[in-house]
Design a protein around this ligand. Structure first.
Ligand SMILES: C[S@@+](CC[C@H](N)C(=O)[O-])C[C@H]1O[C@@H](n2cnc3c(N)ncnc32)[C@H](O)[C@@H]1O
Length: 271
């Protein structure tokens, strides 16, 4: 088994390689664009005016720019050298430096942030799936959150209908890849590292009793997952219909527990 530092070295290498074309791929993938819009609509509902946001695994800072353009201040963190460089260059050249700060820091070492306090902790698109136990991260939240602070985590759950359907194409390992408790090897830009899948229940457990769940929502139950990026290009109308169906059902049990990603938003009531 790889040590945690080997795992983080691989994650750093993989996402640093990806960082140079991340925004271009993101923009060119209709499902990713739709999913990100859904996440932003969700997050905005739970943000209050003048909230201070701590973003974990910010990547190239796409969401931070969105929040800053709505007037929020954001402290962005990420592990990857390449992602940090992209953010720093982008935020200074595009005039975001007053609203957004950047710190290279693993979400397993959030004590490095010091005694700053936030109202909203946000993590998008599965960064947290790179560790085996969410408590390695959530243990820092109480010291980082102001009273009534909220936590919005977007993660890959174990059940994804579009991957299970791959059974019918004989792709057994893809169909069941999310069910391995010991994690699954992901290959990002030729670098392999372990990924782990978490249910909404796992997220709630990792947060503990001092939080109350505000909303659980899914992304891409019917919509083909972002990796199936040819489908929205060949069948744009059908994809739009599937997007609309997902938007209608995504907050209702059991659909809100299953999909490519799930969004779990909770409020800290422990202070
Ligand atoms: C799929 S990208 C998502 C980026 C961004 N949240 C977005 O929505 O575009 C996953 C990100 O998680 C970051 N990451 C993975 N493990 C991390 C860790 N231990 N600490 C901080 N960031 C990490 C990666 O460097 C990468 O930028």
């Amino acid at each position: 088994m790889a040590s945690i530092s080997d795992q983080f070295d691989s994650v750093n290498k993989a996402f640093s390689r990806q960082s140079t074309f991340y925004d271009e791929y993101d923009k060119g993938n209709p499902t990713l664009t739709w999913m990100r819009n859904q996440v932003m609509k969700h997050a905005i509902k739970f943000l209050r005016p003048n909230n201070k946001i701590l973003e974990l695994n910010s990547g190239t800072g796409i969401d931070a720019k969105f929040f800053a353009s709505r007037g929020y201040s954001v402290h962005c963190t990420d592990l990857s050298d390449g992602m940090i460089e992209q953010m720093k260059t982008k935020f200074s050249s595009e005039g975001y430096s007053k609203k957004i700060t950047v710190q290279q820091c693993s979400f397993t070492e959030l004590n490095q942030i010091g005694d700053k306090k936030f109202d909203f902790i946000f993590s998008n698109f599965g960064g947290l799936n790179c560790i085996p136990d969410l408590r390695q991260v959530t243990k820092f939240f109480p010291q980082l959150l102001n009273k009534g602070g909220r936590v919005c985590l977007v993660i890959l759950p174990p059940l994804c209908p579009w991957e299970i359907i791959q059974l019918f194409r004989g792709k057994f390992s893809l169909a069941f890849r999310r069910f391995h408790n010991e994690g699954v090897l992901a290959n990002v830009e030729g670098v392999k590292f372990k990924t782990y899948y978490f249910s909404a229940k796992d997220v709630m457990k990792a947060l503990g009793e001092e939080y109350r769940v505000l909303k659980v929502e899914s992304l891409a139950f019917f919509t083909p997952i972002p990796q199936m990026d040819k489908i929205p290009k060949i069948f744009p109308k059908i994809t739009k219909v599937l997007n609309r169906i997902d938007e209608k059902i995504s907050s209702f049990y059991p659909f809100n527990r299953v999909g490519d990603h799930i969004i779990v938003t909770s409020e800290y009531i422990g202070k």
